[in-house]
Ligand binder design. Structure first.
Ligand code: PRP
Ligand code: MN
Ligand code: MG
Length: 179
C-alpha cells in the first residue's frame, strides 16, 4: 500500500463489482438512446474508462474539464470551464460521469449548462457521493457509494494531482495535507 494512505476504503475488487453493476444498469437505461457519455476531467477518467466497457450499447464519449478545487482541499465555489465539449448536446441524451460529488457545485453548474444547451436529458452518475458536504440541492441519478467526510484519493481522485493512479480508493493520512 502507498505510504501516504491511512486505510483502504474501497478495494480494487469492491470497485470492479460496483462499476460492473452500474454499467449494466446504465446500459439498460440507455439502450437505443445513443447517449453522449461525458467524462469530467480529470478525476472521472479512470471510472469512465471502466464504466463504458460494461455498457454494451451504442454510445459516444466526450470530455470536459472544469475546476473548482485547484490544489487545495476545499471547494472555492467557482467552477471554471477549462476544456469544453467537442460535441453539440442539443437533443442528445447526456450522461455525466463523475468520480465524486462533494459540495455538488461542479455538477450543479454543469447540469445547468447542459440543460441550457438543450440536451434531451441530463443525468449524473458518480462513483462516490459525500452527502454530508453538500452545499447545493443536487443528488446523483446513479451512484456507487456514499462515503464519509474523509479525504479520499485513488482511482482518479487526487490530492494536489497525485494518487490518481492508485487502483483502490484510500483515505489520505492527515499529515500529508496538513504539513
Ligand atoms: C473534484 C472531483 C469533482 C469535484 C467534486 O474535481 O473530481 O469533479 O471536485 O467537488 P464538488 O462537488 O465540491 O464540486 P477537481 O475540481 O478537484 O478537479 P479534478 O477532477 O481534475 O481533480
Ligand atoms: Mn473532478
Ligand atoms: Mg481534484
Amino acid at each position: 500500500m502507498n505510504q501516504d494512505i491511512e486505510k483502504i476504503l474501497l478495494s480494487e475488487e469492491d470497485i470492479a463489482g460496483k462499476v460492473q453493476e452500474l454499467g449494466k444498469t446504465l446500459a439498460a437505461e440507455y439502450k437505443d438512446k445513443n447517449p453522449l457519455v461525458i467524462c469530467v476531467l480529470k478525476g472521472a477518467v479512470v471510472f469512465m474508462a471502466d464504466l463504458i466497457r460494461h455498457m454494451d450499447i451504442p454510445c459516444e464519449m466526450d470530455f470536459m474539464a472544469v475546476s473548482s478545487y485547484g490544489s487545495g482541499t476545499e471547494s472555492s465555489g467557482m467552477v471554471k470551464i477549462l476544456k469544453d465539449l467537442d460535441t453539440s448536446v442539443q437533443s442528445r441524451h447526456v450522461l455525466v460521469v463523475e468520480d465524486i460529488m462533494d459540495s455538488g457545485l461542479t455538477l450543479s453548474r454543469l447540469v445547468e449548462l447542459l440543460r441550457h444547451r438543450e440536451a434531451a436529458s441530463v443525468k449524473v452518475v458518480t462513483l462516490l457521493n459525500k452527502p454530508e458536504r453538500r452545499k447545493v440541492d443536487i443528488s446523483p441519478d446513479y451512484k456507487g457509494y456514499d462515503v464519509p467526510d474523509e479525504f479520499v484519493v485513488g482511482y482518479g481522485l487526487d490530492y494536489a494531482e497525485h494518487y490518481r493512479n492508485l487502483p483502490y480508493i484510500g483515505v489520505l493520512k492527515p499529515e500529508v495535507y496538513t504539513k
